[in-house]
Design a protein around this ligand. Sequence first.
Ligand SMILES: Nc1nc2c(ncn2[C@@H]2O[C@H](COP(=O)(O)OP(=O)(O)O)[C@@H](O)[C@H]2O)c(=O)[nH]1
Ligand SMILES: [Mg+2]
Length: 364
Amino acid sequence: MLRAALVGLPSSGKTTLFQLMTSIHDAPRGKGDVNIGISKVPDDRLDNLTAMYNPRKRVPATVEFTDIIVAGRTGTGAQALVDVAGYKNADALVHVVRAFRDPSIPHPSGSIDPARDAQTMEDELILADLGVAERRLERIEKDLKRGKSAELQKERELVQRCKDALEHGTPLRALQLAGDDLKLLRGFQFLSAKALLLVINLDENDVAEVGADVARAAERTGLTSFLAHASTKAVALCARIELEISQLAADDAKAFLADLGLTETGLDRVIRTTYDLLGYLSFFTVGEDECRAWSIARGTSAQLAAGEIHSDIQRGFIRAEVVPYDALTTRGSMHAAREHGEVRLEGKDYIVQDGDIINFRHAT
Ligand SMILES: Nc1nc2c(ncn2[C@@H]2O[C@H](COP(=O)(O)OP(=O)(O)O)[C@@H](O)[C@H]2O)c(=O)[nH]1
Ligand SMILES: [Mg+2]
């Protein structure tokens, strides 16, 4: 399950978004200092497969969102991020930046300046990470004095590289670490290493002009250069308008969106972009019982993908019967796809592709 945590200044629109995305329309509830909710990943392909199979159950992929409810805290909450366990485990941070002007809602810094707010959060993430890196380096130096090991030296080199980047104001996500480095780093839970999605919370009056065009939204809100150097993506929406849309019947909502030049709600864009940002893809299992989307990281093998469904299927893996989504829908049925030789048998090392429809053959 993918985990994303909402961050941002007070009154930027986090809780409004959270309630919309997780369909919790009551007052925030939750134990401790966070609320946790589940969002369904929108996917036309699952809708079309469901229409084809007419199953008893349709199960979409999901993303878990966390909203912070620490009362009376000022600032961006980066310190809270360090303290709150639910945030440490997040795969991605979703930073809600206020661009709506509404003078009836005071801004904690007294003025509307999305670029300033985005950079403030970035600085806090970097500062928190710098503290972690420095403490870790001290520890490593001490251990090295007692006895050198190749592993420890490698770690020192990596943490030093992180510290240098942070001191230059570079978030760790910009280092694009991979392989062993990434694994090593994961243990530290560096905040600036997490994938970051900027949600530009537009003013009601700007939505019609901006639509879903992120470049235009960035230009309009002064975020263009921030987005260029922060190694991140953005989604533009207006939480107030999203709230109105969510209260309409499906047909009216569609018409409302079309009026704004949109084909998809901002919420769907947030969920989908989070999923993309983390490099996740979906494969599907289909049948009369259930059509279901499963999320896995890009580059996952067929045998590991089977483990998403059940450890028994992973253990007893024999072959994966695979048909790409486009082939199945073009042929119109599994039977026709099979007759045209488009259902392949793949072994355990096959790398699962986005949109694969898979039937795992396994020993029981
Ligand atoms: N005008 C306007 N108000 C908004 C928008 N998004 C949120 N708000 C309002 O701003 C206030 C703070 O929002 P909230 O979601 O609680 O912010 P949080 O402190 O970041 O969780 C609430 O009164 C919201 O109704 C928006 O897009 N436009
Ligand atoms: Mg809130």
